[in-house]
Design a protein around this ligand. Structure first.
Ligand SMILES: Cc1cc2nc3c(=O)[nH]c(=O)nc-3n(C[C@H](O)[C@H](O)[C@H](O)COP(=O)(O)OP(=O)(O)OC[C@H]3O[C@@H](n4cnc5c(N)ncnc54)[C@H](O)[C@@H]3O)c2cc1C
Ligand code: SF4
Ligand code: SF4
Ligand code: SF4
Length: 388
């Protein structure tokens, strides 16, 4: 949200920079390591478009014209074993992309830029090239290049986080181009800081060792294992959440998220997309180690796509209760850890990652663990007394 040329609050979606007709906005990295707009007041004519299309400006998500009152929910698994192995969850994302490419849509998604060490959106008509989007890049994507030119009247299928998709649909609606798009977003936990990501790379990579590919959710130890792998020109470095991986633990512990992610309004089925995807690994799927995507079809356009990938044999699709697909997803705001700022400062000052972890993350966990254990003990005593 930009007011009087100043960014007041921001998700970092970057759409304002692409939508500004006077090229007055640049997306830059903030001192906390997130994408933020920077306005050149010499170029700004105060037209207000950046504010109109900004997902942060509005309290509610933008409702698609064909949005259902009820949500259709599915468990989806890609039938191609290679795609399933490389995807984060069940590979529904790539099946949806394959189907929509065959329908004439240009595909817009996120790849890892190995030269800049950032995640970025790009668009392509090549399904081969789109394979680079498989597997979530758990860092904020730079959208400006990938989102440029999308209002040219052609058809686009865009994958992104809910805040990116909401702003993009607002811009498409403003330009009366909404019908040209299919929007696919994700159940979104949040994005961690680039300060954190660079600190992690620095910790693992030796001098002159070149990163070739990060795999944020490598399935080599099973889908539930949360393995992070860095493929380099010398070796593959793999660590797991449960074994104190410094990226996964700090990210999933919510210590390095963008400020706006802690109070994000896009939880549950709050979405401006046609389809929403996430991990489906609770209940009867708890023992699956290959991966399943939980999908919500939110609009008639989204529902048609799910039916098509099933009928064409691209995926195994099972209809589920929405509560099954939503189990385990975030439905509330997250508290901002007291140590977040100190941790980010430590990253900025290039302090040792293991020391930062011990000081600002592990100790906090222990601090929270003791009151939690006491609470459990009190509950247990009350239960035993009542039973008597
Ligand atoms: C930052 C982030 C947070 C997430 N949080 C959750 C969560 O809390 N709960 C949950 O169930 N699922 C979450 N997901 C989604 C999950 O990781 C899977 O992407 C989803 O289950 C679909 O899996 P898939 O196997 O069908 O496709 P995938 O192989 O995961 O591909 C899906 C699409 O994700 C897009 N993508 C990859 N990285 C990014 C990025 N940085 N920004 C925007 N789009 C991206 C790609 O373009 C691709 O088209 C998150 C994803 C991201 C990127
Ligand atoms: S459009 Fe996106 S990047 Fe621009 S101010 Fe709004 S949230 Fe921030
Ligand atoms: S008010 Fe208009 S010209 Fe100024 S930055 Fe926003 S979109 Fe660009
Ligand atoms: S949690 Fe919300 S604000 Fe943060 S990246 Fe996801 S959709 Fe955007």
């Amino acid at each position: 949200m930009i007011v009087n040329g100043k960014t007041i609050h921001c998700y970092g979606c970057g759409v304002c920079a692409t939508a500004c007709p006077h090229k007055a906005i640049q997306i830059v990295e903030s001192n906390e390591g997130f994408w933020v707009p920077e306005v050149n007041s010499a170029l700004c004519v105060d037209c207000g478009i950046c504010d109109k299309i900004c997902s942060y400006t509005y309290e509610e998500y933008l409702v698609p014209n064909d949005r259902f009152d009820d949500t259709y929910a599915y468990a989806v698994v890609n039938k191609d074993k290679e795609t399933l192995g490389k995807s984060t969850s069940g590979g529904a994302g790539f099946a949806i992309a394959t189907y929509l490419r065959n329908q004439g849509y240009t595909l817009v998604g996120v790849k890892y830029d190995i030269e800049k060490n950032i995640a970025c959106h790009f668009n392509t008509n090549s399904i081969e090239e789109f394979k680079q989007t498989m597997n979530s890049k758990y860092i904020p994507s730079y959208t400006v290049d990938g989102f440029s030119g999308l209002m040219d009247g052609k058809r686009y299928a865009v994958f992104g986080t809910p805040c990116q998709i909401d702003s993009l649909r607002r811009w498409a609606r403003l330009r009366k181009k909404e019908d040209n798009f299919v929007f696919i977003d994700l159940f979104c936990h949040g994005v961690p800081s680039y300060l954190h990501w660079r600190s992690y790379l620095k910790y693992h990579l030796r001098e002159n060792e070149k990163l070739l590919e990060p795999v944020f959710r490598d399935k080599r130890n099973g889908w539930h294992a949360y393995t992070m792998s860095l493929k380099t020109d010398r070796r593959t470095i793999s660590t797991r959440l449960q074994k104190n991986d410094f990226f996964q633990n700090i990210f999933f512990g919510n210590f390095s998220l963008n400020k706006a992610c802690y109070t994000c309004k896009f939880r549950g089925n709050q979405s401006a997309a046609d389809l929403r995807m996430g991990d489906l690994w609770g209940g009867k799927y708890a023992k699956d180690e290959s991966g399943i995507t939980g999908v919500l079809a939110l609009t008639s356009k989204g529902l048609e796509i799910i039916k098509a990938i099933s009928e064409l044999g691209l995926c195994e699709v099972v209809q589920e209760e929405e509560s099954v697909v939503q189990a385990g997803q975030l439905h509330h705001d997250l508290p901002v850890p007291k140590t977040r700022e100190a941790l980010l400062k430590g990253f900025r000052e290039e302090a040792s990652l293991p020391l930062l972890y011990l000081k600002y993350v592990r100790r906090m966990w222990l601090k929270n663990l003791v009151p939690y254990r006491i609470k459990c003990l009190i509950k247990q005593i009350i239960y035993t007394v009542k039973k008597k």
